[in-house]
Design a protein around this ligand. Structure first.
Ligand SMILES: NC(=O)c1ccc[n+]([C@@H]2O[C@H](COP(=O)([O-])OP(=O)(O)OC[C@H]3O[C@@H](n4cnc5c(N)ncnc54)[C@H](OP(=O)(O)O)[C@@H]3O)[C@@H](O)[C@H]2O)c1
Length: 295
C-alpha cells in the first residue's frame, strides 16, 4: 500500500461511491483515506468509520493547501460548475496548481472521452485541465469517464410519458456505463500500484444508437416509445418550447451532436481491466430503474 489517498468531491455521487469501493472492494484501511468536500459535515458517516475528512473547495486556495498536505495520491473529481463563465476550468486549474505546490506523489483526474476532439460545450474544461496536469510534471492517471447510464434519466421519464423521444443523435452510437462501475474502476486505479503516466477511457461494453436504446426501453417497460429524429436546430427549439432553461440548451444539444458525429462511440475494456469484474448491462440497468423511469 502507498501513502494516503485523498478523494475530492467526496459528498458527490461519484466521489462517495469511489470511497465506498476503496474501503469495501479494495480493502484500503480507513486510516489511509482522506475524504475532501466543500462541506465536511456531509461526510460524518465516513468520519465515524475512521476516514479523515477535510474541507476542500477549489474556490478557496487556503483549503487546498491544508487539504492536500501530506497526500500521496490525489483524485480531483471534476466539478459541476457549468455556468459557461469558465468557473469549472478555473477551479480545476487551481486544484492542479495546489497539487503541484503540495508535492503529491500522483495526480488522478476524472475527465471525459476524447476531450480534444469533442463537440460537447464543456469539453475544453477537461481538455485544458488534462493539458495542465501533463504540464505539471507530476505523475498522473487520467480517467476519461464515459456517459453514465444514469444520464438517461434526463430524457427517458418524459419521453416515456409522451411516447416520443426527441433527439438529434441520428445513427450515432454511445456505450453508456453505470456510474458505480466507473467508481469501482477508479477505486482500483487509486489503490493498485502504477507506474508511468496513464490515460484510461471508461466506457460500457456495447455502443448503441438511440433507436437501439429505445428498443430495449420498450422491451423492459412494455411502453410505446418512438424515436423522433430532429436537426440540432429543431431539438433546440423543442427544448425551449418545453421550458428547458436557455443556458442549458446548447449543452444538451451538443451531447446529441457529439453522439451523431461518432465522437463518443468508442468501446474499451479499461473499466473491467481495472476492476477485474464485469460491467452492469444496459438491460439490467433499465430493469432495475423501471419503476423510477415510469414515475
Ligand atoms: N460522465 C458523465 O456522464 C457525467 C455526468 C454528470 C457529471 N459528470 C462529471 O463528473 C463529476 C462527478 O459526477 P457526480 O455524478 O458525482 O456529480 P455530482 O453528484 O453532481 O457531484 C458534483 C461534484 O462536484 C464537486 N464540487 C462542486 N464544486 C466544487 C468545488 N468548488 N470544489 C471542489 N469540489 C466541488 C462536489 O463536491 P462536494 O459537494 O463534496 O464539495 C461533487 O463531488 C461531476 O461533477 C461532473 O464534472 C460526469
Amino acid at each position: 500500500m502507498t501513502g494516503r489517498i485523498l478523494v475530492t468531491g467526496a459528498s458527490g455521487h461519484l466521489g462517495a461511491r469511489i470511497i465506498h469501493h476503496l474501503l469495501a472492494t479494495q480493502g484500503v484501511p480507513a486510516a489511509s483515506i482522506v475524504a475532501g468536500s466543500r462541506d465536511p459535515a456531509k461526510l460524518a458517516a465516513l468520519a465515524e468509520r475512521g476516514v479523515e475528512t477535510r474541507r476542500v473547495d477549489f474556490d478557496d486556495a487556503a483549503s487546498l493547501a491544508t487539504g492536500f498536505a501530506g497526500i500521496d495520491r490525489l483524485l480531483i473529481v471534476s466539478t459541476d460548475a457549468l455556468d459557461g463563465a469558465g468557473t469549472r476550468l478555473r477551479q480545476h486549474l487551481a486544484a492542479v496548481e495546489a497539487a503541484k505546490t503540495a508535492g503529491v506523489g500522483r495526480l488522478f483526474y476524472t475527465s471525459m472521452p476524447g476531450p480534444d476532439d469533442s463537440m460537447v460545450t464543456f469539453a475544453p474544461d477537461h481538455n485544458k485541465t488534462e493539458e495542465a496536469i501533463k504540464a505539471s510534471g507530476l505523475a498522473y492517471t487520467i480517467f476519461r469517464n464515459g456517459w453514465y447510464m444514469e444520464n438517461l434519466f434526463m430524457a427517458l421519464p418524459s419521453a416515456l410519458a409522451s411516447g416520443q423521444w426527441y433527439t438529434s443523435s441520428g445513427e450515432g452510437k454511445l456505450a453508456h456505463i453505470a456510474r458505480d462501475d466507473i467508481a469501482r474502476a477508479i477505486a482500483a486505479g487509486l489503490a493498485k500500484p502504477v507506474s508511468g503516466n496513464v490515460t484510461y477511457t471508461l466506457t460500457g461494453a456495447t455502443a448503441r444508437t438511440t433507436d437501439e436504446i429505445a428498443a430495449l426501453v420498450r422491451d423492459v417497460t412494455g411502453k410505446p416509445l418512438a424515436v423522433v429524429h430532429l436537426s440540432d436546430a429543431q431539438l433546440s427549439e423543442g427544448m425551449a418550447a418545453a421550458g428547458v432553461p436557455a443556458p442549458y440548451i446548447p449543452t444538451f444539444v451538443s451531447f446529441d451532436a457529439n453522439t451523431r458525429e461518432g465522437k463518443i462511440a468508442m468501446v474499451t475494456d479499461d473499466a473491467t481491466k481495472l476492476s477485474g469484474v464485469g460491467l452492469m448491462s444496459l438491460e439490467d440497468f433499465l430493469e432495475s430503474s423501471k419503476a423510477a423511469l415510469l414515475g
